[in-house]
Design a protein around this ligand. Structure first.
Ligand code: NAD
Length: 498
């Protein structure tokens, strides 16, 4: 069985792993490989190599850095099929969704190709007599990216193109269940001409995260994952003096107003709730239906959900794969069971679904639950599975108060034909990404991505302009030249000239 090791200094690196753990294909339940979890010594080596490489890279011209990004973009496109297959084998999502993930990731490469324009500083001439001021954005140094299992390519790609293009070295820690695609990306960076030591991979779980958080040679950390881990990363990383951005979990709500086009809403809600088996931080697990339309809406969503072909993501026509593990499946079923026991109605039940030929896979089919009490964990917690819960509200005011009462604030959407209500919603909803008749309002990569409240700890969002801000430090330079300033009198005062 093949073993995935680390990638350090432009090549695979065996090092001294802590232990070796299996990689499972969630559609078959069979082990398809193994991953070696890196030791602290392996991380030390990666950091040392990255620090050395970064010093030279920071002085490499923008033109050369951008040329690597252009080449990388071309290579990712050319190798899309291999990368997508690696994602499907370890994550389980369907092939077209895996391609979609790569395309979304590539948008950040597009942004990085234009970093020379985005990284420009500011200049003011003669702020005082003979004195000019300008700003430059310099790299932070060595940055680490700690990533979740659910987007093995897109989430790291929210980070490394901008980090690298702006002059940093990058150390990626992929999620243990889905490491392989990251190694294909590492090979492509090498082929694109990125100097060795700038893109490194260390595999591992909680121990490796702790080592990264404590490592004095790492300057900044981008984390994407669940909120409890985001909290640990933010607290420990900041305590160790690092710059940290930590994107957490979600429990996205959409409001459906009685004036909405119900057919349109149902079709889009079905896709948003069940796409990637609900394993997206921008999935839509909760709908708040307004004005007594809940039953009709649930029936319409169920019509669409029943047409979704569930199976092994590589097979023709499959639109939804398994969840990541037997444990995840069991947890999701437990949440549905408890909601049912508390009085909810399961109008579409995917708990006992089996895909013929893949009996060992961790499959569930789309599940829709109505009359969900708002104190059961199916409502309060992130389900991260193919389950849609519908709750009812009398009017818009009640609906928005339900949405805003929850602790997460990643994405939120409204379905309506009333522009006035849509505008109020945009202003009032407490979420970082908002959709109007768009159930998954994921911004394009030249905007930034991030939630509010428990969905993002720290302040800066990821990728786009805020990503660039995160990976750079601004320096303001005030200058005067003696040949010219000699004509002005020196002053001991701290005041500027009027
Ligand atoms: P996770 O929090 O379990 O793991 C994320 C990373 O943290 C992994 O690399 C993992 O190895 C590490 N980790 C896990 N437990 C740890 C611990 N106790 N201490 C230190 N490190 C630990 O998340 P996941 O299950 O891989 O991914 C799903 C979660 O990620 C969901 O909550 C989802 O909403 C979230 N997510 C958020 C976004 C976003 O943009 N906000 C995007 C994708 C996924």
């Amino acid at each position: 069985m093949s073993v995935v090791h680390q990638w350090i200094d432009g090549a695979p690196y065996e090092g001294t792993p802590l232990r070796i753990v299996p990689i499972e294909n969630p559609a078959t339940g069979k082990n398809i490989g193994e991953v070696a979890l890196a030791s602290k010594e392996d991380l030390d080596h990666a950091v040392e190599v990255a620090r050395t490489a970064q010093k030279a890279w920071a002085h490499t011209s923008l033109a050369k850095r951008v040329a690597v990004m252009y080449k990388m973009r071309e290579l990712v496109l050319a190798h899309q099929d291999d990368i997508a297959k690696a994602i499907v084998a370890e994550h389980g999502k369907d092939y077209s969704d895996a391609v979609g993930e790569i395309q979304r990731g590539r948008e950040t490469l597009d942004f990085a190709c234009g970093i020379n324009a985005a990284i420009k500083g500011e200049y003011s001439f003669d702020v005082s007599s003979g004195v000019d001021i300008h700003t430059i954005k310099q790299p932070v140094g060595v940055v680490a990216g700690i990533c979740p299992f659910n987007f093995p390519v897109m989430v790291p790609m929210w980070m490394h193109p901008i980090a690298l293009a702006s002059g940093n070295a990058f150390i990626l820690k992929p999620a243990t269940p889905t490491p392989t695609a990251s190694f294909l990306i590492a090979e492509l960076y090498k082929e694109a001409g990125l100097p060795d030591g700038l893109f490194n991979i260390v595999c591992g779980g909680r121990e490796m995260v702790t080592d990264i958080l404590e490592h004095p040679g790492i300057d900044a950390i981008s984390f994407v994952g669940s909120t409890p881990v985001a909290r640990i990363v933010q607290e420990k990383g900041c305590a160790a003096g690092k710059r940290v951005q930590a994107l957490g979990g979600a429990n996205n709500h959409a409001i459906v107003m009685p004036d909405a086009d119900i057919e349109f809403a149902a079709k889009h809600i079905s896709a948003a709730a069940f796409g990637a088996a609900g394993e997206r931080c921008m999935a839509l697990p909760i709908v708040v239906s307004v004005g007594g339309i809940g039953t009709k809406l649930a029936e319409k969503v169920a019509e669409h959900a029943k047409t979704i072909k569930v199976g092994y993501g590589i097979d023709e026509g499959v639109q939804m794969g398994p969840v990541i593990s037997a444990k995840a499946k069991e947890r999701i079923i437990g949440m549905i069971d408890r909601a049912e026991d508390a009085g909810a109605t399961v109008i579409l039940d995917g708990r006992r679904f089996v895909v013929p030929g893949y009996e060992g896979g961790h499959f569930l089919s789309p599940t829709i639950v109505t009359n969900v009490p708002r104190d059961c964990d199916l409502y309060t917690d992130e389900v991260f599975g193919p389950v849609l819960a519908i709750v009812e509200a009398e009017d818009y005011e009640e609906a928005i108060s339900i949405v805003n009462a929850q602790p997460f604030g990643n994405g939120s959407a409204i379905f309506t034909n009333d522009g006035g209500v849509a505008r109020r919603f945009q202003m009032e909803v407490e979420a970082g990404m908002v959709g109007v008749n768009v159930p998954i309002p994921t911004p394009v990569a030249y905007y930034s991505f991030g939630g509010w409240k428990d969905s993002l700890l720290g302040d800066l969002h990821i990728h786009g302009p805020e990503g660039l801000k995160f990976y750079t430090r601004t320096k303001a330079i005030t200058e005067r030249w003696p040949s010219e300033s000699g004509t002005y009198e020196a002053t001991m005062s701290f005041q500027r000239e009027e």
